[in-house]
Design a protein around this ligand. Structure first.
Ligand SMILES: Cc1cc2nc3c(=O)[nH]c(=O)nc-3n(C[C@H](O)[C@H](O)[C@H](O)COP(=O)(O)OP(=O)(O)OC[C@H]3O[C@@H](n4cnc5c(N)ncnc54)[C@H](O)[C@@H]3O)c2cc1C
Length: 475
């Protein structure tokens, strides 16, 4: 069990002004921002190579006021973006945090592009649920793995050290919770103590800790966890010991479209562009356009906890633009059905039932019937089969969205709202902007908070170190 150790000063193996725990998107961006603000940084990572949930992600980062949007003639601004977030979270997140993260979202991407040679594309062609304009940016390869690898290269180019295979186990702090250092554990069982003046927690949430998931998100206790296994809630546990507040601990990003048994993410773009989900009885059961996060629970509530994503040739082609989908297709997760009879056979229900579910879609599109779940089919082009394509999916927990209470400078806050002296949090370690449950997650909220809070945490931690130095030199 990791701990906070009180009252240890001046006996560290090495000392670095800013230490960052975790080398996912949040930690790497925080490291770059701290260094660009004139402070030496060390990033400490438990894995042999940085990957985190960021590498597992689709790497889609929402941002407004960007040059890529301008080039595509997309009109977007902080107001429109924050309204989309607030509509989805039903006003259940800190408004200041929502506003600040939207405000810096474009700035972060421009800075990464201009100062750190990061390339971004704007995803066009379809809107992710809940976004009123195109604002998803990503590495040209459209994967989180490409994004994290590119950030690691940028960090190396900037001369920042990443200490890999180093799990932070303990934090050293004074009685008033000022952080003075950390202890790391090496795979061979040895440990080292590293002093610091500011500490940034960027080690994500608690999705990889079944005990904490059961405690805070009981509805997902038995669900598949699809995020990084090393995210064990360390930031939250240290924070609690230090007297920090935690917020919205039941919030999380789920996903209702993970292929089983293959364990591949099937892009929700297929649902947004006309695909439907049928349960194992051949019936639709939800409005697939409300959001893929809440769809996790809706799918888990179906017989056997599964559903079938059903779509046509055009949507199969769309899916193939995504690496995860391409991989799923190569691994045999995607089934091609030449007729309704074959499709019904694949699902294991009668052809009449499947035919009537598909006929209903036509009737919803033409306005002859209204979707009982409220989906607006006329906005999409729908299903033009055969052939039909189908993939068996389940609902999964992707990452937790509750976490350490932070202000708009990424400073970790005590329960009474005052800031801890020199502790910062970013990404999944901090509370997100997704409200209190599963349905408040707007797609992209995860990397939004990794990028925006990472950037702010790096700047704040560096500024604090510089301020303290000036004060000390004036004494
Ligand atoms: C399948 C999937 C798809 C997703 N797609 C998207 C998407 O397209 N857009 C989006 O916005 N979000 C997406 N997300 C969510 C997104 O991945 C996360 O919100 C984001 O990666 C969080 O970044 P992070 O830096 O906080 O955490 P991570 O990337 O998980 O990094 C945390 C790091 O901390 C390290 N660590 C943990 N504990 C310690 C310790 N004690 N000592 C040292 N190191 C430690 C871990 O090893 C890890 O490398 C997706 C998530 C999943 C699982």
């Amino acid at each position: 069990m990791n701990h906070v150790i009180r009252g240890r000063y001046g006996q560290f193996d090495i000392s670095i002004p800013v230490v960052v725990v975790g080398a996912g998107a949040a930690g790497l961006i925080a490291g770059l921002a701290a260094q660009d603000n004139g402070t030496q940084v060390l990033i400490v990572e438990r894995d042999a190579n940085p990957s985190g949930s960021t590498a597992l992600s689709s790497g889609l980062i929402p941002a407004c006021n960007t040059r890529w949007q301008v080039a595509a003639k997309v009109i977007d601004n902080v107001e429109i973006f924050s309204q989309d977030i607030k509509r989805k979270n039903k006003g259940q997140a800190d408004e200041h945090l929502v506003h600040r993260s939207c405000l810096v979202s474009g700035e972060v991407l421009h800075w990464l592009a201009d100062n750190h040679e990061q390339n971004f594309d704007l995803i066009e062609g379809f809107l992710y649920p809940g976004h009123s304009v195109h604002r998803m940016h990503c590495h040209p390869k459209r994967t989180g793995k490409a994004f994290i690898d590119s950030l690691v290269t940028a960090v190396a180019r900037a001369g920042i050290d990443i200490m890999n295979s180093a799990t932070v186990t303990d934090i050293f702090a004074s009685e008033n919770s000022e952080i003075v250092g950390i202890r790391i554990l090496r795979p061979d069982g040895s440990s080292e103590d590293i002093g610091c003046e500011s500490l940034i927690l960027a080690c994500n949430g608690f999705g990889g800790n079944p005990g904490m998931v059961s405690k805070y998100i009981p509805e997902m206790a038995d669900a598949m966890y699809f995020g990084h296994q090393g995210n064990l809630g360390d930031a939250i546990n240290w924070g609690l010991e230090l007297g920090a507040g935690v917020e919205n601990m039941a919030a999380y990003q789920g996903h209702g479209s993970v292929a089983i048994p293959h364990g591949a993410l099937i892009t929700w773009a297929i649902m947004m562009e006309g695909g439907i989900q049928l349960n194992s009885r051949g019936r639709r059961f939800s409005n697939e356009h409300e959001g893929y996060s809440e769809q996790s629970i809706k799918v888990l509530q179906q017989p056997g906890g599964i559903a079938w994503n059903i779509y046509d040739q055009r949507l199969h082609q769309l899916g193939l633009e995504f690496d995860d989908y391409k991989g799923a297709s190569e691994n045999g997760a995607i089934k091609r059905f030449a007729s309704i009879d074959e499709l019904a056979n694949g699902i294991g229900v009668s052809a009449e039932v499947v035919a009537s579910s598909i006929e209903d879609v036509e009737a919803f599109k033409s306005g002859k019937k209204h979707c009982p779940f409220g989906r607006k089919f006329q906005e999409t082009v729908g299903l033009n089969g055969p052939p039909y394509y189908g993939v068996k999916v389940t609902g999964a927990l992707f990452h937790t969205q509750g976490g350490l209470a932070v202000d708009t400078e990424a400073r970790v806050l005590r329960k009474n709202g005052s800031a801890l002296p020199n502790l910062f949090a970013a990404g999944g370690a901090a509370v997100g902007v997704s409200g209190k449950g599963v349905e408040g997650y707007l797609s992209g909220n995860g990397l939004l908070m990794a990028a925006s809070l990472g950037y702010l945490a790096g700047q704040s931690a560096a500024n604090l170190v510089k301020k303290t130095k000036i004060k000390t030199s004036q004494k």
